[in-house]
Design a protein around this ligand. Structure first.
Ligand SMILES: *[C@@H]1O[C@H](CO)[C@@H](O)[C@H](O)[C@H]1NC(C)=O
Ligand SMILES: *[C@@H]1O[C@H](CO)[C@@H](O)[C@H](O)[C@H]1NC(C)=O
Ligand SMILES: *[C@@H]1O[C@H](CO)[C@@H](O)[C@H](O)[C@H]1NC(C)=O
Length: 970
């Protein structure tokens, strides 16, 4: 027998060259009912112990339950279509016992449940996919738990009755069965640690429960063998969890400890089936421990002589669940509590020299996710030698991640583990199939929805539970179709390898470092010294800001600007970006109302900055339009182009001798969309289909006029530069599909390109794609012309090249997918046919729109370089909120990694970035969110009349970065 096997294997290896899997090898994915199905009480289903267990929120990391899960119950057709596209030959899933037998016994047959699995099985077979069915994957009917569950010896009969029905109903079509998935977790986590349902902490029960599970398996195996096998010709196996255990070579008795770990985990369930009894290592250890604790009679349950005969050989194949490896050391456990874990005298640890499988390893220095591909080969070779070359299916192997869509680590994991499988085949293991866990994200037991194991990402925030392929889908599909790793697959990457690498190096010598603020957010003195009201004064006084807060006092910088300048000096910045409040200089918005005291304030500030060698960078318009001008139509009125030109001229005249950097507008998108589209910002106008485009149109025209006015009248004598600041996230395609790539690019064009294309793009006009989309939508909506206004030829030539630099505010990234939107409502948002969301791996902040994704800044800088003719760029805002307090490691992380990615854009991609002004110098009024989001390098005490400012740790970090002008390895 042994020799024949060796010869066969040699032939196989010879035939396939050792690099590909045999034709007969089964490739599949696996899942479990409770993880995927949802429909927890649909059509007569009874409650399972997991339905009960998840009622207690604390049992689940992050809360949640499987009531809906991935809604697999209602999505059979589309999910089987996904399996088909993936090219799997097999699909492994589990039957929900309480769906079939609501009270667990054969007296409560639920026909709807049987119909459900009939449909699934037939759908699979119709697509030529072999169903591989688990009878029990942890979801015991609660009604049986009420009678003691697996601790009750009747559980053996309950399970046998249930299996009998399943074989009767499905056995004509299902040829591969596992009885029980992972008995170790069922008993240890269910009855000793309480991490799993039923959540009991009764260590004394663990071996009894294990005994019943084993006997239940044997009874079902024999039932099949005697009553079904002849007609149905299928196979029945047990799935055991077999992580590999490396002996700790540095500890005494490490080898024995590893043997013991294996005996307690694997031997416990497999030795009886292959050798007729529990492993002696385990029996002896448990007996010794009980004697030491003073309960000499408590041992492992024993098999009767008849049972011993019966159990040997009661398994057609071994299902192997393998996820990871651990190092085992010997450590005497002197706990007086009897229990499975304490009995073993071992400690498990992570081999920290193995590579981490983390989205951003620096965020998880102690990560337990490590790549060890040899472990699986070890497992398979161990099974071969200890159980006489059994047939094996690897029924679960996969990586749980935080869920990123471009899941490079899952690809690496699959690559290494399939290589490991090939090695085992070459060494003679009779492994016949590999099932990746899992097809879809689901409810990952006690780890809830935060642990993502799917090839497909499932959006659990949406009721329709849409699925999107991760990068690993294409990788695994290709691996299956090639029956192994081609050269392409060996080097396959979901994204470039330098994306997340930290870069050591310096910024250019004259790089400008600074911080940014805005008038309404810091100045206060809203009606002092002749200042007129702005639209934000009105908006705030109408109670539109969080907690009824206002900018009436804010940081009181109108009175405390000297303190601000002192702080800037302490930080060591070269440049300070602040804005002028239009209505402080011109209370009614027009030249007629010029207010000398307002002019004086900015003169004083500018002079104080220059005295400290700090270059002022002024934003002319940071959202606070004089209310008097809004009353005359605001940004929707064509007159505003000359109002703005007059205002800009006054500023250039008054301050231009000392100010060399001018920004016409801050975040033209926000002014247009939030102010005049959805109206959540001042002036609160709701006009999402037309007003929004009109406001934007006038902003661009105003910018271009002001730019040319400066160029003709001031540039000669003052030599300054004029730019515009646009806010833009990096927009990453959600999936690798062409549609999503186009959608992401379209989204950037609709936001950055909306304003930037006319000025920087070369045509003087809106982006082509934007013109097309808005025109087409408008046409379908019955408009005579596009809702997007048109520039005259003259305007286009004014727009074209109307810049000395591009200012970019960049905070975050989003994922964009193609999503046709209904025509029903004319809206800038609907016009784009996109959907956006955040990558689940990006750390979140207290601002729901702001997720931390460092490499996004590099990618958007590259985009701007390519599409905007390589302009000089300043990052004019970037930052994140933190909690109150001075210790802000999250902000330090943000600046460190974002600024590093900006350095990569400069050094690796030759983007012409000239400066960076961090948002923000100090905590301030965060518009409608009020004072609670704290973006400051300095903390501000808003309860003190002095608005006391204190530097945070991030301020120290930032000033050190400025001094070093880069990152050195030390
Ligand atoms: C158990 O072991 C720990 C550490 O090995 C030791 O500190 C403790 O004193 C021991 N307790 C008993 C009751 O022996
Ligand atoms: C840990 O992994 C490294 C390979 O990265 C290996 O050389 C070492 O032997 C491993 N240690 C143990 C105890 O298995
Ligand atoms: C505010 O500042 C003044 C002057 O520096 C000082 O005398 C006073 O104690 C401060 N008040 C508070 C509450 O910090």
């Amino acid at each position: 027998m042994f020799i024949i096997n060796v010869i066969l294997c040699t032939l196989v290896v010879h035939n396939v060259g050792g690099d590909t899997f045999p034709e007969s090898f089964a490739f599949g994915v696996s899942s479990a009912a409770y993880v995927t199905e949802g429909a927890w009480d649909a059509e007569g289903k009874g409650a399972s112990i997991w339905d009960e267990f998840t009622k207690i929120n604390e049992n689940i990391k992050g809360g949640g339950d499987g009531k809906k899960a991935a809604d697999g119950y209602n999505k059979i057709k589309e999910d089987v279509q996904r399996l088909k596209a993936l090219g799997v030959s097999h699909y492994k899933f589990s039957l929900s016992w309480p769906r079939l037998l609501p009270d667990g016994t054969k007296s409560s047959v639920n026909e709807a449940g049987f119909r459900h699995y009939d449909i699934l099985i037939d759908e699979l077979l119709a697509k030529n996919i072999t169903p591989f069915v688990s009878l029990y994957h942890w979801d015991l009917p609660q009604a049986l738990q009420d009678q003691g569950g697996w601790a009750n010896s009747s559980s053996v009969t309950w399970f046998k009755d249930y299996a009998n029905l399943c074989f009767q109903r499905f056995g004509n079509r299902v040829k591969l069965w596992t009885t029980i998935e992972d008995p170790l977790s069922i008993t240890y986590k269910g009855y000793e640690t309480g991490e799993h349902a039923p959540g009991l902490k009764q260590p004394g029960l663990v071996y009894t429960v294990g005994h019943h599970l084993l006997l239940a398996h044997v009874e079902v195996y024999l039932l099949y063998k005697t009553s079904f096998k002849a007609a149905q010709n299928g196979q029945v196996g047990l799935s055991v969890r077999f992580d590999w255990f490396y002996p700790d070579t540095t500890s005494v008795d490490g080898d024995e400890a590893a043997m013991r770990s294996i005996a307690f985990r694997i031997g416990w369930f497999l030795d009886p089936l292959y050798h007729g009894d529990y492993p002696s290592l385990m029996k002896e250890k448990v007996a010794l421990k009980r004697t030491a604790l003073g309960f000499p009679d408590q041992k492992l349950p024993q098999f009767t002589p008849e049972e011993k005969v019966k159990i040997v050989g009661a398994n057609d194949f071994i299902g192997v669940i393998h996820f990871k490896s651990r190092i085992v050391s010997h450590q005497y456990n002197n706990s007086t509590v009897p229990g499975y874990y304490n009995d073993q005298d071992v400690v498990l640890s992570i081999n920290t020299t193995l590579p981490k499988l983390e989205y951003r390893p620096e965020l998880n220095p102690q990560s337990s996710r490590r790549l060890d591909r040899e472990g699986l080969t070890e497992v398979l070779m161990y099974l071969k030698s200890f159980y006489n070359t059994p047939a094996i299916y690897v029924t679960q192997n996969g990586l749980a991640t935080c869920g990123t869509l471009k899941d490079q680590h899952r690809i690496e994991y699959i690559r290494e583990y399939t290589t490991s499988l090939l090695d085992a085949i070459r060494y003679g293991s009779d492994v016949r199939g590999y099932f990746l866990w899992s097809l879809l994200d689901g409810f990952d037991w006690d780890k809830g929805y935060a642990s993502k194991t799917g090839l497909y990402y499932v959006n659990f925030d949406r009721d329709d539970r849409p699925r999107y392929p991760r990068s690993s889908v294409e990788f695994y599909r290709s691996l299956i179709s090639n029956r192994g790793l081609t050269e392409d697959l060996k080097s396959y990457r979901a994204y470039p390898s330098d994306r997340d690498e930290f870069y050591y190096g310096k910024f250019p010598d004259h790089f400008q470092w600074g911080v940014a603020t805005a008038a309404y957010q810091i100045e206060g003195a809203w009606n002092e010294d002749g200042k007129g009201p702005s639209i934000w004064d009105t908006f705030a006084h109408n109670g539109k800001l969080a907690n009824g807060q206002t900018g009436d006092v804010a940081c009181d910088s109108y009175h405390l600007y000297k303190v601000d300048v002192q702080m800037l000096g302490d930080l060591g910045v070269n440049i300070y970006r602040f804005s002028i409040a239009w209505s402080r200089v011109m209370p009614d918005g027009t030249v007629r109302s010029l207010n000398q005291k307002g002019v004086d304030y900015y003169n004083n500030l500018i002079d104080a900055l220059l005295a400290k060698n700090i270059t002022p960078m002024i934003t002319l318009y940071h959202w606070d339009l004089p209310q008097a001008l809004e009353d005359r139509g605001g940004w929707r009125s064509d007159s505003i182009v000359s109002w703005f030109e007059d205002y800009a001229r006054v500023c250039f005249e008054q301050f231009g001798d000392r100010v060399k950097h001018w920004i016409t507008f801050n975040e033209a998108f926000v002014i247009s969309w939030l102010g005049y589209g959805i109206g959540v910002f001042a002036p609160g106008v709701y006009d999402p289909g037309a007003g929004v485009y009109k406001a934007a149109h006038n902003i661009i025209r105003s910018h271009s006029r002001a730019y040319h006015m400066y160029k003709s009248n001031f540039k000669g004598k003052y030599g300054g530069s004029v730019g515009i600041t646009l806010d833009i996230e990096w927009k990453e395609p959600l999936t690798d599909s062409v549609d999503d790539s186009l959608a992401a690019d379209r989204a950037i064009q609709f936001k950055l390109g909306w304003f930037g294309n006319a000025i920087f793009g070369g045509s003087g006009d809106y982006p082509e794609v934007m013109k097309q989309y808005v025109a087409e939508k408008s046409r379908r909506q019955g408009f005579n012309s596009s809702r997007l206004p048109e520039f005259t030829q003259e305007e286009k030539s004014l727009n074209k090249g109307a810049y000395d630099f591009l200012g970019m505010n960049h905070y975050t990234s989003t994922l964009v997918s193609n999503q046709p939107r209904p025509d029903s409502q004319p809206s800038y948002e609907q016009d784009q046919d996109i959907n956006t969301m955040a990558d689940p791996c990006w750390p979140s902040t207290s601002a729901d729109w702001l997720k931390v994704n460092p490499w996004g800044i590099r990618y958007i800088l590259r985009w701007a370089k390519q599409h905007f003719n390589n302009p000089p760029i300043y990052i004019t805002e970037s930052g994140r909120p933190s909690v109150e307090g001075l210790d802000d490691p999250d902000r330090i992380y943000y600046y460190k990694y974002y600024i590093n990615e900006m350095l990569k854009a400069i050094r690796l991609d030759n983007v012409d970035v000239r400066g960076y002004t961090a948002w923000s110098l100090m905590d301030n009024l965060e518009w409608t969110s009020g004072y609670s989001p704290r973006f400051g390098l300095y903390h501000v005490d808003f309860t003190s009349p002095n608005r006391t400012r204190i530097p945070r740790k991030s301020a120290l970090f930032f000033s050190q970065l400025i001094r070093e002008n880069g990152f050195t390895r030390s």
